[in-house]
Design a protein around this ligand. Structure first.
Ligand code: CMP
Length: 139
């Protein structure tokens, strides 16, 4: 079993798509290990996306990620990192396959409804960034 980290982003929360996205996630065999709805602070969003700090879209991305509530998720299944990225689809919804979360719900390459860790090592870091050991171990 592998864990991955995910965020249902402000566009999807605002558009009323939390339930539909969670249903797709569960239908694809993921167990929700921890979940929290919150509004990210500027420093939380900047820290989370620090790897992108030199990119031209960084400030806009931080503004977007702090504009409204998000849902933080710890998800578990076999091959969870790779499988979630398949279920989410390509970063740019214009390139996402039919039936993927981003094809169904995303508004643009920035407002793309969902984040998923890109590797098991990144998942471990991202899970630690938002969830305490208690949240992850109690279930
Ligand atoms: P995510 O998978 O969370 O990782 C980084 C985020 O930056 C990405 O989803 C998008 O929300 C955003 N992003 C990536 N590339 C671009 C881009 N070219 N223009 C604007 N936003 C982007």
């Amino acid at each position: 079993m592998e864990k991955t980290f995910s965020i249902i982003k402000p566009d999807a929360v605002k558009n009323g798509n939390i339930g539909k996205i969670l249903a797709i996630v569960e239908e694809n065999g993921f167990r929700i290990v921890a979940m929290r709805m919150t509004k990210l602070s500027k420093s939380q969003a900047e820290g989370f996306y620090a790897v992108h700090s030199e990119r031209p879209f960084f400030n806009s991305l931080v503004t977007f990620m702090t504009e409204g509530p998000v849902v933080l998720l710890a998800l578990e299944r076999e091959d969870a990192v790779k499988k979630l990225r398949e279920v989410m689809g390509a970063t740019n919804p214009a390139n996402a396959a039919d039936g993927t979360i981003r094809k169904l719900f995303a508004e643009s390459i920035e407002r793309n409804s969902m984040h998923g860790s890109d590797a098991p090592e990144t998942a471990a870091e991202e899970l630690k960034y938002f969830f305490t050991g208690v949240d992850l171990n109690q279930l």
